[in-house]
Design a protein around this ligand. Sequence first.
Ligand code: HEM
Length: 380
Amino acid sequence: MSEVAEPMNPYDGFKMLRDHAPVTRIEADGPWQVARHADVHAVMRDHATFSSDVSALPPEERGAPSMLFSDPPVHHRLRKLVSVAFKPSQIEKQEAQIRARCRALLDTMPTNAEVDLVQALAAPLPVMVIAEMLGVEDGDMATFKAWSDEIFSNIGEILFGTPSPESEAAAAEMNAYFLQRINHIRRHPKNHLLGQLVAVETEDGRLDDEELLSFCRLLLIAGNETTTGLITASARIFHEEPQTLAQLTQSPELSGAFVEEALRYYSPFSATVRRTTKEVELAGQTIGAGELVVPLIASANRDERVFDAPDSFMIERSPNPHLGLGFGIHFCLGAHLARLEGKIVVEQMAERYSQVALVKPEAATVGDLGGPKELAVIVS
Ligand code: HEM
């Protein structure tokens, strides 16, 4: 099994799993990984059997539940309260601002010289967008980004066991900061996302302070690294398939389809996790109750049982039933925003550059959650 656990190219490993071990344990007693599209889809669809309430911590140590890691009815209530702020009509209001932010970042990026795309664009853009939604002022942006990095770098431990002292400290500082903002907003209502969430009231009640803080943290975890990953994936595709950049320059209206195919081809949210609520059979394997299950989204999105030529990047692939933004009740709440950010980035890059080249293509990782921590490129 060792070559399956640590493949050189994760996509070779995923193919091996899909063909020979579509549902198998990662280690002797470890979580089950699920590699085929049909099975990943089945897991995401059946939230009653495959619970998102995966935390190993006792309930009293967990704090307010976050929607990503909860089941109905808690999930339903939280999602309903915040969804209004994520409707396409709300997100579209941010378009001009995101375009301006992206343009400003690209303006400062040197051409014909090596530059780290993560530092220059892929990391700051999503952080700026979320910070804006949460009403973080420009002066607080660097601190906000540092908290965000610290919390995300420790996500596995936060979820399954004990967070590091650094990430606990970052979370505590961020909570104190947002609590102050929330109190301020209660006195002086604001129109940004956090302002709307503080004010929202439906038949499901209101969000209390703990729930609001938990949602701020969730946005950082779910929305930052993933969008960074989409941007670095797009650059990698421009490097590997240079004709796609030329195609977008000529036909910017293809940018939406490019993003969809990038979400499939180099899925930035490469895997998620569930816990079984009862014994269940999946692709001929019996999984006991209470076991962790890891749907390999990046593998499902390369499944030859569903996609023709799955290892080819095809802008005009249609249909494209990828699972890059999830499926079912946890389908990405920020999908519209993620697509918009991706579209703006690839459009603006295609408008400006005739070449996007990776400096060390072999060193750029794919298949991880989010994307590489750095990506040296030369744009011209
Ligand atoms: C390219 C960027 C993104 C990708 C690939 C992505 C992918 C995903 C996926 C696969 C899920 C489902 C996880 C599961 O079922 O366990 C998810 C959920 C979620 N995403 Fe995204 N996401 C992206 C950007 C964003 C952004 C920008 C935001 C918000 C600002 C966001 C907010 C959320 C939230 C709140 C959930 C939880 C929804 C729920 O549990 O009902 N995402 N995302």
